[in-house]
Design a protein around this ligand. Structure first.
Ligand SMILES: C[S@@+](CC[C@H](N)C(=O)[O-])C[C@H]1O[C@@H](n2cnc3c(N)ncnc32)[C@H](O)[C@@H]1O
Ligand SMILES: [Zn+2]
Ligand SMILES: [Zn+2]
Length: 398
């Protein structure tokens, strides 16, 4: 046994005593030192290094390719060595599905080719994402609008009639339960985006109005409306605009992942309060401010590993910092949001006159448990992604 064993060799040797443990030569001094075979491989497509489990090999092209360049990614729940599952990535060259290098090694099909091993001696661990927090007061509604205009088409592409994956499998069900019956009611969707929720509620019998800042999103929503008329009115404006809509003119309102993206959220709340009838309710879904506060994410001994089980803890920091930040989401252009602690929302609701009458923290729904791979279910059970308030404007019976 070498003095400093490779952490992945050691993981395998723990379940297969015959496995030869190689000495660590990369990332020495870290919590996850690694041998050359279990280090990073340079992708033949993008030229960037990736973890050996985030790399597959295309036999047709005789090249390695990384998870970022793969055209598809799936999990295969067949145990091997110490692991319960492996990944398969789709080759950008042949379109074939290829196992990642850990699985190839297990099957005795590892291509070797250690000249493709990255030369970098260690990982840069948890680099501060430079400039992610931005100075307060530097952004206006015009910036928010421009930011969403850039992302609107890509955002819409990730949706079906039930929203994106998070809405479909986590938050829509509790959000709709808190909103209750909308049949025959006048309902306002604040920050309606591509309009999927307006359409869903219109189909449930509501008379819908969507207010949305991004003209690109409004164009997309109106296009859906032209294709299948549901009688939805879209207003392109900031919800903070004074007297945008008549007072007391809605029975219910909803804002679905919007207030954390609204610069002047207190003004937005005041306007929704004004346009709701007395007794009307407002359901507010936001990215959970306790877990979405600027740079965050999971702590991992090997931060480049794609494996969920290597995520040892969820990192929360700067919770009390208030201000704009750019969130990095998949392949979207960075999304501009405004972090505030939970209590700021709570106090702002009360300040305009709302009463909070329900609070939810969505996890995975039954449908999600049935339809998502186990790994994604487990992931969703670790920390909440969102929280939901139901606010009521006093008066008017219910
Ligand atoms: C994360 S998206 C959510 C869109 C939609 N509710 C959904 O769930 O798909 C946030 C939306 O809030 C909108 N928004 C941000 N500030 C706004 C404001 N002041 N007035 C109206 N909409 C605003 C953005 O343009 C964007 O469409
Ligand atoms: Zn090793
Ligand atoms: Zn690549």
């Amino acid at each position: 046994m070498p003095d400093l064993p490779c952490c992945y060799c050691a993981t395998i040797a723990a379940v297969d005593a015959a496995y030869p443990v190689a000495p660590a030569v990369f990332d020495i001094g870290s919590a996850a030192p690694r041998c050359a075979r279990h280090w990073r491989y340079v992708c033949g497509q993008c030229g960037q290094p990736a973890h050996f489990m985030a790399t597959a090999y295309c036999p047709q092209a005789a090249k390695f390719f990384c998870v970022r360049c793969a055209t598809g990614r799936r999990e295969v729940a067949v145990p091997f060595w110490a692991w319960e599952y492996s990944y398969e990535y789709q080759s950008p060259w042949s379109g074939g599905w290829e196992p990642t290098l850990d699985r190839l090694e297990f099957e005795g099909r590892h291509p070797g080719a250690l000249d493709a091993v990255s030369k970098e001696p260690w990982l840069v661990r948890y680099p501060e994402q430079p400039g992610q927090w931005r100075a307060s007061g530097t952004f206006t509604d015009a910036d928010v609008q421009a930011n969403w205009n850039v992302n609107a088409r890509r955002w819409d592409a990730g949706y079906d009639a039930d929203g994106d994956r998070n809405r479909r499998y986590q938050s829509d069900e509790p959000m709709l339960a808190l909103l209750g019956d909308v049949q025959g009611l006048r309902v306002l969707d604040v920050g309606s985006g591509n309009g999927y929720l307006c359409r869903k509620l219109a189909r449930a019998g509501a008379t819908m109005t969507g207010v949305e800042l991004s003209d690109e999103f409004v164009r997309i929503a109106r296009h859906y409306e032209d294709e299948a008329l549901l009688g939805i009115t879209y207003v392109q404006a900031s919800i903070t605009t004074p007297d945008l809509l008549p007072a007391d003119s809605f029975d219910k309102a909803v804002s679905n992942y919007v207030l954390m993206d609204v610069q002047d959220y207190a003004a937005a709340l005041a306007q929704v309060f004004r346009v709701l009838r007395p007794g009307g309710s407002f359901v507010v879904v936001i990215s959970h401010p306790c877990f979405a506060c600027g740079p965050g994410g999971y702590v991992m001994p090997a931060p480049d590993s794609p494996r969920r089980e290597e995520r040892t803890a969820f990192r929360v920091d700067n919770y009390f910092h208030r201000g704009p930040y750019l969130g990095v989401w998949g392949n979207f252009s960075p999304v501009l949001s405004f972090h505030r602690p939970l209590r700021d929302y709570w106090q702002a609701f009360a300040a305009v006159g709302f009463r909070v009458d329900a609070f939810e923290e969505p996890s995975i729904t039954e449908r999600g448990r049935a339809e998502l791979p186990l790994g994604q279910v487990q992931q969703a059970l670790r920390v909440p992604y969102s929280c939901i308030f139901r606010l009521r404007k006093p008066g008017g019976g219910q």
